[in-house]
Design a protein. Structure first.
Length: 219
């Protein structure tokens, strides 16, 4: 499974609502529906810097984390349709449309896709005390120790949550989902069996921690 990050605009930009004056004539607001320092934030800031250089107007970053990106998405959808609000979204934008019954915006009609910004695979990580070096051993251990398999993700309904559920379902092993930060779960869980599928952009910093053990690639 791979995670995709997309850049979208309030839909009116596609119809040229920016008007007769040259565009852009003022700063552009980039809403990032995630916390500072994460993968989505990193991609957004790199793109924003390049847009500033190319367009001659500053891009102002506005981090609005929470509710599986719905807070930032709703704020963008309700912004003036003048082309000066952009939104970084992930595949959670599509997931929310399937899981949430009462979205306060239309994930298709209220936005106009601009470009795919990044693609990243998810990686499987375990605590170093877990005596496995590949996925086959991990599954076997989980089956020998039912009830001891936990996994953390970016939150309820997130792509990492669903990826973990799919993995454990296909592997036919019991699991318990823990809704917490990925770095905290891997680093602080002692010998308990944990695994995480995480956004690879955050991995270099995570692997600097002494309590992180990445899957070595063996299947």
């Amino acid at each position: 499974m791979r995670r995709q990050v997309w850049l979208g605009l309030v839909a009116a930009l596609a119809t040229g609502v920016a008007g007769a004056q040259p565009y852009p004539s003022k700063p552009i607001r980039m809403i990032i529906p995630a916390g500072a320092g994460g993968g989505v934030d990193t991609v957004g800031r790199v793109i924003g810097q390049r847009l500033t250089e190319a367009l001659g107007q500053p891009v102002v970053f506005d981090n609005r984390p929470g509710a599986g990106t719905m807070i930032g998405s709703e704020l963008t959808a309700k912004s003036p349709p003048d082309g000066y609000t952009v939104l970084m979204v992930t595949n959670s934008h599509a997931i929310n449309a399937s899981l949430q019954r009462n979205l306060k915006y239309d994930p298709v009609k209220d936005f106009a896709e601009v470009t795919r910004a990044a693609i990243s695979p998810y990686l499987l990580l375990v605590h170093p005390s877990v005596p496995v070096t590949n996925v086959k051993d991990l599954v076997a251990l989980a089956k020998r120790r039912p009830g001891d398999l936990f996994y953390g993700s970016a939150g309820n309904g997130s792509a990492t949550h669903l990826a973990g559920a799919l993995f454990t379902s296909l592997a036919a092993v019991p699991r318990t989902f823990v809704n917490s930060g990925v770095g905290y779960i891997v680093a602080e869980t002692g010998w308990f069996l944990f695994f995480i599928l995480c956004f690879v952009l955050a991995l270099p910093g995570m692997l600097m921690l002494p309590k992180i053990a990445p899957w070595n690639g063996n299947r």
